[in-house]
Design a protein around this ligand. Structure first.
Ligand SMILES: Cc1cc2nc3c(=O)[nH]c(=O)nc-3n(C[C@H](O)[C@H](O)[C@H](O)COP(=O)(O)O)c2cc1C
Length: 268
């Protein structure tokens, strides 16, 4: 259990951790008259007790990551204004035109690192990441996906893929230098949502680094319906949860397109 207990020398019994704990592992020990950690039910290791304790009184070990302290720095929640964030989000495009340049490993690592901090259902973190950076492999995979689509799917999209292919466009991965795939070896109902949120974190982080990304739902459909392509061609060793392309955009966007309003009920 990574949360071990409470440093009673530091704890002031403010009860913030008790109110915060989503699984009621922090309790008021009436006998001792102080807050204590109970391992009688599973702790999801969300670390909120560590975050919220003004006295830094939570004792833990083996969390496999450093705690990030905000001591002595500006409140990070206020480091980006609404206006800046809004403009940044509206400027984000799904990128379908990439430069050939590969992304340096340390830059890719920054993006993957940001994904680790996305929320996940019950704080379960079973996702794994698979990156394809070999240009030939991306090409072969794209061709297999288009072929599988043409033979198994009906509808107008087959024609779109064919038209793009004739124009020399890779209609699946857009000749992106890298394809990032999130997958899992274990099934969990929230896996797909977890992956979608983690990818979105990565996408925004990528944008701050001058990179572009695109969700590839078409590949996802084929990976989930055609196990041979997933296993034999892509060699992804688990259930695919989400796919995105990533690279340096080769085109510039001059304006953000309009989007319809969010139909909302409940405003008085
Ligand atoms: C779940 C999902 C699946 C998507 N699949 C694809 C895809 O297979 N190919 C593609 O070019 N774009 C794909 N997109 C990108 C959307 O087409 C894009 O988000 C939308 O057109 C709006 O453009 P914007 O992201 O630039 O605002 C996907 C987006 C999402 C959220």
């Amino acid at each position: 259990m990574p949360i071990i207990g409470i440093d009673i020398e530091k704890c002031t019994n403010c009860l913030l951790c008790i109110k915060e704990c989503p699984t009621s592992n922090l309790i008021m020990n009436e006998e001792e008259g102080r807050v204590s950690f109970s391992s009688s039910r599973p702790c999801i290791t969300c670390g909120h007790c560590i975050s919220i304790c003004p006295q830094n009184a939570i004792i833990y070990k083996g969390l496999k990551d450093e705690v990030l302290s905000f001591e002595g720095i500006q409140d990070p929640n206020k480091s980006i204004s609404y206006e800046t964030m809004y403009q940044f989000m509206r400027a984000k495009r799904s990128i379908r035109q990439y430069k050939k340049d590969k992304i340096p490993k340390e830059v890719l690592e920054k993006i993957l690192d940001s994904m680790r901090y996305a929320p996940t259902g019950s704080n379960i973190r079973q996702m794994k990441c698979f990156i394809i950076s070999d240009t030939e492999k991306i090409k072969t995979l794209s061709e297999s996906i288009v072929n599988a689509w043409q033979t198994t799917m009906t509808g107008e999209y087959s024609e779109v893929l064919e038209n793009k292919r004739k124009m020399g466009i890779d209609p699946i991965f857009y000749k992106a230098p890298h394809v990032i795939i999130l997958y899992s070896n274990r099934s969990s109902p929230s896996n797909y949502m977890n992956a979608a949120i983690a990818m979105t974190y990565g996408m925004f982080c990528a944008q701050t680094l001058g990179l572009g990304t695109c969700w590839i739902g078409l590949a996802f459909i084929i990976f989930t319906s055609n196990q041979d392509i997933r296993k034999e061609i892509a060699r992804i060793p688990g259930e695919v949860l989400g796919i995105m392309t990533i690279g340096y955009p080769s085109a510039k966007y001059y304006r953000a397109p309009p989007r319809p309003p969010l139909r909302t009920k409940g405003f008085s």
